[in-house]
Design a protein around this ligand. Structure first.
Ligand code: MLT
Length: 270
């Protein structure tokens, strides 16, 4: 059974959290412009054996989205909110942290601040590198347009999902469109600025002394398999899984394959 709860995050924000099962804890961190619905198949499957916990970041899903909180959004702040969630729900135990794309940036930031609280790290459809100048400019332009009320998320599912999902997984397309539609434009602006200002972890991967699973999607339009292979190989204790016929949202597009890869990893680290 999945429970919905509300925890206090930074600045007195309310963090909406879905959780299932009992310890040990795995925390799932969603990507942009999404929410904890991304992890529905993992909450159902891993809540049977573990404490599967999926918060909505501030601004997203059912968490607080007041303008004064959005102004303060940073990837580091999201990581500190994850630590509050861990402190409330893990019974003082270290966690496995699994973050997709923007959630992967947050997971790496969590490692830099709270390495001692981690048993394992799962970086999904993400990257440790900074944006190119062009990509950073694109983020700033998107933030400005969102602030002016332009619907910058129109058709966004085509940038996230793999071709196989777009062609043959209508339920995945619908769930993705719904999460995108639930993301407010002020959140888009704040999150784009936060991602543009994130830290570079590319040069620190050799120091990542925590068992790490990297998961990519064969059809990910935003993170190529070759690029993922290159950075994943720099993490000493790491394993890479590429999910076939899956795009940027592997846990939603190919839950069976994704869950098998994650279960293999959990068996080793918990
Ligand atoms: C995400 O899925 O979280 C985004 O693609 C991350 C990004 O814009 O870099």
């Amino acid at each position: 059974m999945i429970n919905q709860l509300s925890l206090i995050g930074h600045g007195g924000s309310s963090l909406s959290v879905r959780a299932a099962g009992t310890r040990p804890a795995i925390i799932f961190a969603h990507g942009f412009p999404l929410n904890n619905e991304l992890w529905i198949h993992q909450l159902n499957a891993f809540g049977e054996k573990y404490h599967a916990i999926a918060p909505d970041f501030v601004g997203f899903g059912n968490s607080s989205r007041e303008p004064e909180l959005l102004e303060e959004i940073t990837i580091g702040g999201f990581a500190r909110d994850l630590e509050l969630v861990r402190a409330h729900l893990s019974g003082g135990q270290p966690i496995v942290l699994c973050g997709l794309s923007m959630g992967g940036y947050v997971a790496l930031e969590y490692w830099s601040q709270f390495a001692g609280k981690l048993r394992g790290l799962v970086i999904v459809n993400s990257k440790p590198t900074l944006d190119t100048e062009e990509a950073r400019a694109g983020r700033m332009a998107m933030a400005e347009k969102a602030e002016q009320g332009d619907n910058v998320l129109e058709g966004m599912e085509h940038k996230l999902l793999g071709q196989t999902s777009l062609d043959s997984r209508p339920d995945v397309c619908m769930a993705t469109r719904q999460m995108i539609a639930d993301t407010a434009l002020p959140t888009v602006a704040a999150a784009q600025r936060a991602m543009a200002n994130r830290q570079n972890f590319e040069t620190r991967l050799a120091k990542l002394a925590i068992p790490t699973l990297v998961i990519g999607g064969e059809e990910d339009p935003l993170a190529s398999v070759a690029a993922t292979e290159t950075w994943a190989s720099k993490i000493p204790d790491s394993h890479l899984e590429i999910i076939p016929a899956s795009g940027h949202l592997t846990p939603l597009e190919s839950p069976k394959e994704f869950n098998a890869a994650l279960q293999n990893f959990l068996t080793q680290v918990i």
